[in-house]
Design a protein around this ligand. Structure first.
Ligand code: DC
Length: 212
C-alpha cells in the first residue's frame, strides 16, 4: 500500500512512457489501473465505425455516456487513426463531461487506483494523493512509438510518426477544456534520458514521501 495515498495520477503526452510506469505502480502498490486514453479511443473508434460527424455532439456524448468496460477491450484501439480521432473527440467538453463519472467511480473503489491520462491530476482527481507528469522530447517519444509499431510488424516512417505526434500534442495542449499541463503539485519527470527503472524508482520515492 502507498501509505495514505489512495489515488495516483499519472499524466503526460503520448508515448512518454506513462502507461508502462502507471501499470508498474499499480502492481507495486496492489492498486487498480485505468488507462483513461482508452475511454477517448473507444469513443473515437465508434465515431469512425458509425461515420458520425464531429458536429453531431449530442450523439457522440450519448455514446460516451453509455460506454461499458468491454468497449475498452477492442483490439484495434491503439491504432494511430483511432488515436487521432480520440484526440479530436477529447477536445469536446460534452465528451469530457460524459466520461468524468466513469473515471471517478473507478478511482474511488478500494483499495486505491492509478489512472493514466492527460487531466487526471488537474481535473478528474485534483485531490489525488500523488501526481506525476511524465514527459520526454517529441523526438524521443516518436522513436519509442516507431519501435513499438515495428515490433508489431507495422511499417512506419519516423518523420510521419513525429509529425502526427506533434499534431496530437498541439491539439491536446491547445484545447480549451482540460488542456494537457502538469498540475502545480505534480512531480515532473522528463524520461528522455532515463531508463524505465529510473523513472519507476523516482516515482516510488515521491509517492512514498507523500504517503507517510
Ligand atoms: O493516452 P492516449 O494516447 O491513449 O490518448 C488518446 C487521446 O485521448 C489523446 O490524444 C488525448 C485524449 N485523452 C485526454 O484528452 N484525456 C485523457 N485523460 C486521456 C486521453
Amino acid at each position: 500500500m502507498a501509505g495514505g495515498v489512495r489515488i495516483i495520477a499519472v499524466d503526460g503526452p503520448a508515448a512518454a512512457g506513462k502507461g508502462t510506469i502507471a501499470r508498474r505502480l499499480a502492481d507495486h502498490y496492489g492498486y487498480r489501473f485505468l488507462d483513461t486514453g482508452l475511454l477517448y479511443r473507444a469513443v473515437g473508434a465508434r465515431v469512425l465505425d458509425e461515420g458520425l460527424k464531429l458536429a453531431d455532439e449530442a450523439a457522440i456524448a450519448r455514446m460516451a455516456a453509455g460506454l461499458n468496460p468491454v468497449d475498452l477491450e477492442r483490439p484495434d484501439l491503439r491504432s494511430e487513426p483511432i488515436g487521432q480521432m480520440a484526440s479530436k473527440v477529447a477536445a469536446m467538453p460534452v465528451v469530457r463531461a460524459a466520461l468524468l463519472d466513469f473515471q471517478r467511480r473507478f478511482g474511488r473503489e478500494p483499495p486505491g487506483a492509478v489512472l493514466d491520462g492527460r487531466d487526471i491530476g488537474t481535473v478528474i482527481f485534483p485531490d489525488a494523493g500523488a501526481k506525476l507528469f511524465i514527459t520526454a522530447s517529441p523526438e524521443a517519444r516518436a522513436r519509442r512509438r516507431l519501435k513499438e509499431l515495428r515490433e508489431k510488424g507495422i511499417r512506419a516512417i519516423e518523420e510521419r510518426v513525429l509529425a502526427e505526434m506533434k499534431e496530437r500534442d498541439a491539439r491536446d495542449g491547445g484545447r480549451e477544456v482540460a488542456p494537457l499541463k502538469p498540475a502545480d503539485d505534480a512531480l515532473v519527470i522528463d524520461s528522455t534520458d532515463l531508463t524505465p527503472d529510473e523513472v519507476f524508482h523516482r516515482a516510488v520515492s515521491f509517492i512514498d514521501s507523500k504517503g507517510g
